[in-house]
Design a protein around this ligand. Sequence first.
Ligand SMILES: Cc1ncc(COP(=O)(O)O)c(C=O)c1O
Length: 428
Amino acid sequence: MRTQHSQEYFHQAEDVLVGGVNSPVRSFQGVGGQPLVMKYGRGAKLYDYDNNAYTDYCLSWGALILGHAPPNVILGAKKTLEKGTSFGTTTREEIELAQYIIQHIPSIELIRFVNSGTEATMSALRLARGFTGRAMVVKFDGCYHGHCDDLLTTSGSGVAQLKESSSLARGIPENHIHNTLSLPYNDIAVLEETLKKHKDHIACVIIEPVAGNMGVIPGQLEFLQRLRQLTEQYGILLIFDEIMTGFRTRAGGVQTNYGIAPDITCLGKIIGAGFPIGAYGGRKDIMRCLAPLGNVYQAGTFSGNPVVMRAGLATLKLLDTKFYERLNAKCAAFIQDINGFLNTNAIPVHITHYHAMMSIRFQQQPVTNYANAQAAAGGERYSRLFWHLLSAGIYWPPANLEAFFISSAHTIKDLEYLCTQLKKFLKP
Ligand SMILES: Cc1ncc(COP(=O)(O)O)c(C=O)c1O
């Protein structure tokens, strides 16, 4: 495969961008080698500057549930763009997207749009502290909630690639994290003990109810139910980070599937159709603590940008029950094929999944927490798999704890080809 143009552009990038990238996990540090520079995307495919085509299973880190450049979304964004780029006022587009989300996620009564997932979780934390008058925050090992100081301890995703170092060497003074407790995922006993011990000081518990940043690990139902019971009992706010899971497997979120209502939900990715977005919303009494109604301050020049809102709404409106049935069925068939092969051949590898969110584990046993996930990440074997797939025209996440995704633009043939290539690499 010729990648000469990509290489030249990447060298230029390294001269002017830190590490040649604007987000660390794009750097291929997790798999070695040099990143590709992409030119455009259409449907399930990404094209680089040497005109190589790749079937994309990274999909802008999960933002593109319809694939690249879906006509309705592009049209909606273009029409809105022609009216202007940003007004710094309330717009119809914001109202309509807010109405749509609130209609589909009953736990959200009021919502605030921001510009990234990080901004959403960071602001949700501030809101929880303002509402409860407490300082401590509980999170879970291996969950990633963006790069806010308070939540960067024991995080999955790109943070997992960092070398061991003190928090200060990472730019985070101890006093920023001495109020953060990070617990093992899916461990009811530790959860009960910790919440009981610190109940009067904990403002909130934040969790990915289905984790996607240590590979995919569904939160166990009993664990999430107990978490909801305890937080309610102790007056602690429960924040579901559904930035990756929101509108991924159904119109709504994991919370609808599990029948658990958090106090605050964070959203991002899919609701912005590939534009920069984040949102947090929840109970009215909590949300009303935000300025201008309350004293918790959070603001943004570009928050609720009309082009982003219109593109997001154009996406969400296509995601009806039939859409998810088709998408989830495609995923189920792929999973059955690949895991069936691995099982029959006694190959100690499996694909974990939560519908269209998936990841590979280099062991047979299920993975339920971060320690397991790290042990099953595959290390150098994952890197070789990544390069094998890339040379076969398949773009997978360039780090072993990232999830891969399927969009409606992926065909059954695409998935069969992925399966063939995985089998080729993994065969005994
Ligand atoms: C679950 C989760 N929360 C928060 C974030 C941060 O979002 P952003 O990258 O838009 O800041 C991510 C990003 O991958 C995420 O997966």
